[in-house]
Design a protein around this ligand. Sequence first.
Ligand SMILES: [Zn+2]
Length: 88
Amino acid sequence: MKKNIHPAWMRATVVCACGNTFETFATKELLKIELCSKCHPHFTGQQRIVDTGGQVERFMRRMAKATPAKADAPAASEETVKEPAPTP
Ligand SMILES: [Zn+2]
């Protein structure tokens, strides 16, 4: 290996936001993560939604707004043609 170009490799402790910790090797001693294999929905098999920044809440609000408009659509006459929902 060429000298002075490789970062130091050390034993690292990984701390997840769920409380799980485990050890591995990395270039930093402490790694703080938000998801790990103990809490990620893919590994747990649960339908838990990992929401970042209220994205799910925003989607639900838009769904609630869009659903009544869809139900009215077949009954709506030609005079009251609804405009398509504005795109964000
Ligand atoms: Zn975790």
